[in-house]
Design a protein around this ligand. Structure first.
Ligand code: ADP
Ligand code: MG
Length: 323
């Protein structure tokens, strides 16, 4: 059955029993949503578009697409230390298949509800499949993790493990294979269902200096911090956190490459002054968060250097590495 735009909105996106929040004056149904911002807070706003065959494979399930759209957007708020509150969804679809829309909508609201986020508006059009989400979060005034706040001498940390998502993508594209079903599913899940580091970003806000989420690969994304902060860095590849599943089943040339230039891990990379580093133990315990120090921030003239087995490794800015 085919629905028109207004039927789609009312059937799949409106009145979804989302918890009312105090600050939403008007949500879906008028020409704009109206939101008031809590006192002494500022808004953090971020948008990401996912286009078929560019940001997701064309055989992705509607459930995974909905999840990933939300997760990658929330990851940007997490990198600022913002608390997500509202979202708007622009969806462009070639047809309005009700089966697809129901699955998309159910998965979409289940992840929104998990993080207490309200859908307050959007746009629905016909065309090649693409999904654009904007997310709106709040931050106490004068807080927020910026890319530009790294200082010389800071330690560089990453959350979780890197490289799993790229391995998962390569499995989905049939570029690599792995027999063990459990590990195969683990890697694919890391690609399709990344967990946005929201609580981690909020906890790190008062401890870290600069932060970014790793969407394009560690080298590229840490490179953004260095550029914005006008600093250099030394990173030790022997310290990059690699999951047991990658370490035990793939060659180090491969997993290190995936870890530093693969992207889509949606972990946080952040810098912290040495005097604050001890506080990370507390955060790590409280959130059961794996945190790894991978290097330090240096003077800008020293550049961005990667070391492996105590030797300097060459790389280009896109993150490609010649071992
Ligand atoms: P307008 O033509 O004034 O831009 P629309 O007819 O496009 O308004 O949308 C009507 C209402 O439905 C608006 O409140 C809009 O924000 C909301 N809306 C449209 N598409 C979506 C969607 N995919 N998800 C959530 N809200 C939507
Ligand atoms: Mg209008």
């Amino acid at each position: 059955m085919q629905y028109n735009e207004f039927e789609i909105i009312s059937k799949y996106f409106k009145n979804k029993n989302q918890k009312k929040d105090l600050y939403t004056i008007k949500d879906i149904g008028d020409d704009s949503a109206l939101i008031s911002i809590p006192k002494k807070h500022i808004l953090a706003i971020s948008t990401d578009t996912l286009v078929e065959n560019i940001h997701f494979l064309n055989n992705i399930s509607p459930e995974d697409l909905a999840y990933k759209t939300v997760a990658v957007n929330l990851s940007d708020l997490a990198a600022m230390g913002a608390k997500p509150k509202w979202t708007t969804l622009s969806i462009t679809m070639p047809t309005s298949c009700c089966n697809w829309l129901k699955k998309f909508s159910d998965s979409f609201f289940s992840v929104l509800n998990k993080y207490n986020i309200t859908l307050i508006g959007g746009n629905t059009t016909r065309g090649p499949l693409s999904v654009t989400l904007s997310v709106y979060g709040i931050l106490e005034k004068d807080t927020g993790l910026l890319r530009s706040n790294a200082n010389i001498g800071d330690l560089i940390y990453v959350t979780g493990h890197l490289g799993d998502s790229k391995a998962g993508l390569l499995i989905l594209k049939k570029k690599i294979s792995i027999k063990n079903k459990h590990i195969k599913n683990y890697l694919i899940k890391k690609h399709l269902r990344p967990i946005p580091r929201i609580y981690e970003g909020i906890a790190l806000k008062h401890v870290a200096n600069a932060a970014i989420d790793i969407s394009d690969g560690l080298v590229a994304d840490l490179g953004h911090i260095l550029k914005a902060s006008q600093c250099g860095a030394n990173v030790n590849l022997n310290h990059i956190p690699i999951s047991k599943n990658l370490r035990n089943h793939f060659h180090s040339d491969n997993f290190l490459h995936w870890a530093i230039s693969g992207g889509e891990d949606y972990e946080l990379c952040f810098t912290v002054s040495k005097k604050n580093a001890e506080q990370l133990n507390f955060i790590s315990k409280k959130l059961s968060l794996h945190l790894t120090c991978i290097g330090n921030i240096t003077e800008p003239q020293k550049g961005f250097n990667l070391f492996y087995n105590n030797k300097k490794i060459l790389f280009n800015k896109k993150g490609f590495l010649h071992f």
